[in-house]
Design a protein around this ligand. Structure first.
Ligand SMILES: Nc1ncnc2c1ncn2[C@@H]1O[C@H](COP(=O)(O)OP(=O)(O)OP(=O)(O)O)[C@@H](O)[C@H]1O
Length: 236
């Protein structure tokens, strides 16, 4: 469960989050909104890259904003970025293993291999990340986000630029993250088919404010959402 109250982030004269309120319970939850709405800024606050001017964030009863950013990974925050973070010259195994901060020895090895197996895609743990296809590399990013007992998984446009066949596989993987890990998963993406397929609940940001939240199908039919997100056209 995550509860966000009056969250405000300013970069000089730009207010990226403007008193944002949000509540997500469990499962895969969507966070959508037009370019510049503040979605990545929200992830940056959760993961400790950005310090908000005001507001609070409680996750599973813990005050995230009071937690030193280097403790948040151990607490269980994982995220992917819009740019790939895995190191091309290292193996898939090493790329996943490096995000572990708590486990050691055989338990760590088993967990890393389980994360790689979970994302599938025919990826060998020994393969160098640089030798993989774009879709496989994206799966490695997801494997890094599900390793090490996450409690909160943040996925920032994981399907951007992927062909349909690879998006289809990724869709199944993302859908299964809560069952595999128990983590609340927040998906930011502009692909409304993906959001509809995996998110039970979706919230919409516009100019740093929450303008809608609820069951995904209902939210995507909301007139304010359609207006904010795609002019007056239908979302899907
Ligand atoms: N480091 C920064 N310095 C100044 N302004 C920033 C910074 N990071 C983000 N912004 C501004 O904050 C606003 C929100 O940006 P953010 O990247 O969070 O939006 P977004 O919803 O993730 O957009 P997109 O869908 O394009 O990724 C934008 O106006 C952006 O230009």
């Amino acid at each position: 469960m995550i509860e966000v109250t009056d969250l405000t982030v300013r970069y000089g004269g730009v207010t990226s989050l403007d008193g944002m309120n949000l509540h997500f319970d469990s499962g895969v939850c969507g966070l959508i909104g037009p370019n510049g709405a503040g979605k990545t800024t929200f992830f940056n606050v959760l993961s400790g890259f950005v310090r908000p001017a005001a507001g609070s964030v409680t996750a599973f009863g813990d005050d995230l904003l009071r937690m030193a950013h280097f403790r948040r990974a151990r607490w269980g925050i994982r995220r992917t970025f819009q740019t790939e973070q895995a190191i091309s010259a290292l193996s898939v195994y090493d790329n996943v293993a490096m995000i572990h901060s708590a486990m050691r020895g055989a338990a760590r090895r088993a967990d890393v291999l389980a994360a790689i197996e979970f994302v599938g895609g025919g990826i060998s743990p020994d393969a160098k990340v640089g030798s993989l296809t774009a879709g496989q590399r994206r799966l490695v990013e997801v494997a890094r986000a599900v390793a090490g007992k996450p409690r909160l998984v943040l996925l920032d446009e994981p399907a951007a630029g992927l062909p349909d066949s690879e998006t289809e596989h990724l869709t199944g993987v993302i859908k299964n993250i809560p069952e595999h890990t128990g983590a609340l998963t927040i998906l930011v993406d502009h692909d409304m088919s993906l959001v509809s397929a995996v998110c039970g609940t979706t919230a919409v940001l516009d100019f740093g404010k929450l303008i809608a939240s609820g069951p995904t199908a209902q939210v995507l039919r909301d007139e304010n959402v359609m207006r904010a997100y795609l002019g007056t056209a239908e979302v899907i």
